[in-house]
Design a protein around this ligand. Structure first.
Ligand code: CP3
Length: 339
């Protein structure tokens, strides 16, 4: 059905002869074309809420970088907003929520997100699918329950998310109520993305790494399990950033693939995650190096993953000041690699 379905084959468990690649934050400030399009919107949120512009930047990396999948341009904070917590994005800094969750009654006031509250994302997906014209699959996404909980209780980004963790330790039953409401919202959101044409789903648990095995078992695994058991229509990838301690529990869940951050050694993780497709995990900072170093390190990574179903990616998103030509170079090395 797709001119290029390498990613779907890898997610089915095939060891593809050419290794597919896409990059987290491929639609972003690394591309001068993105920065041009972004000027057409007043701010980041208006940009995300304009389906024509979101579709335009979603397609750019497919044309310019030759990646094997598109990922819909949006943000994980669409879901908290749809539940009733509007935010703003401070330029170069990150999100700030005007109102965030400070008490149990704030949790009661939250809505379960529904189509009407995020219809602009659904329109952006429909528009993108039309323009993609089956060239490559389209990835839809959501933040994981814990990562959204972290922003919703902290009210902004944080290095430690200690306010969010304070909820887990001091108000476990209210924390579970909030996580359950977030999870139901995520399931609605993902089902609507799939109906609109998303071919793959990725769940970003960007703040897994501030927890530990026990907290992850109590406050993350049960909700991640609900999500993967509800999303049966398309393959689903989980990215538990810095969550090495959670991998044995994640292995038990019905995720088709696990996306790995750059601290994880392939030799260490391959026996831990049998029957899962692996994705990752070059350090984004590798792309600051010269071409010789990029080539050596990338080939080392590809060789280490070559015995398992695999999608090449970075261990986290591209940084805005990485040179677009280095990104292109990295992708070409992957495509030219012979397994
Ligand atoms: O190309 C893609 O990967 C798709 C688009 C995408 C964005 N955000 C666009 C974006 C995706 C998948 C996200 C997910 C996201 N958003 C995550 C999970 C992934 C991760 O990075 O761990 C998180 C934690 C967020 C929250 C968020 N959004 C922060 C902390 C920031 C500010 C940081 C920054 O770079 O300025 C954003 C803004 C954001 N989301 C940008 C982009 C391209 C930069 C905004 C801009 O254009 O100025």
């Amino acid at each position: 059905m797709y001119k290029n379905n390498l990613i779907l084959q890898a997610l089915k468990g095939d060891i593809t002869s050419q290794i597919p690649v896409w990059l987290m934050r491929q639609a972003g400030r690394v591309l001068p074309e993105y920065r041009q399009t972004r000027k057409k919107a007043k701010n980041f949120i208006e940009f995300v809420k304009t389906p024509q512009l979101a579709a335009e930047v979603t397609l750019q990396p497919v044309d310019i970088l030759n990646v094997d999948a598109a990922i819909i341009f949006s943000d994980i904070l669409v879901v908290p907003e749809a539940m009733g917590l509007p935010y703003s994005m401070a330029e170069e800094k990150g999100p700030i929520f005007q109102n965030f969750i400070r008490s149990a009654s704030d949790i009661q006031n939250l809505k379960i997100a529904h189509t009407d509250q995020y219809s602009y994302v659904i329109e952006a997906i429909q528009l993108t699918k039309k323009h993609l014209n089956n060239r490559v699959p389209l990835i839809g996404f959501s933040g994981a329950p814990w990562t959204l909980f972290a922003y919703m209780t902290e009210g902004k980004g944080s290095k430690t998310f200690s306010t969010a963790k304070k909820w887990l330790y001091s108000n476990p039953s209210e924390s579970h109520q909030l996580l359950q409401k977030i999870t139901l919202s995520i399931i609605n959101y993902l089902k609507d993305q799939i109906k609109a044409g998303a071919d793959v789903i990725q769940i970003f648990d960007s703040w897994a790494g501030v927890l530990n095995k026990s907290l992850y078992q109590q406050f993350c695994i049960p909700y991640l399990k609900q999500i993967c058991n509800e999303i049966k229509e398309v393959p689903i990838i989980l990215f538990p950033k810095d969550g090495f301690f959670a991998l044995q529990d994640i292995q038990q869940l019905n995720y088709n693939a696990v996306s790995l951050d750059w601290t994880i050694e392939p030799e260490w993780v391959i026996p831990l995650l049998p029957n899962k497709t692996l994705q990752g995990n070059a350090d984004p900072c590798l792309l600051y190096a010269n071409e010789k170093t990029i080539e050596q390190e990338t080939i080392k990574m590809l060789n280490k993953f070559s015995s398992v179903p695999y999608i090449a990616n970075l261990g986290h998103g591209l940084y805005p000041d990485i040179d677009k030509e280095k990104v292109r170079f990295f992708i070409d090395i992957i495509h030219n690699f012979k397994r």
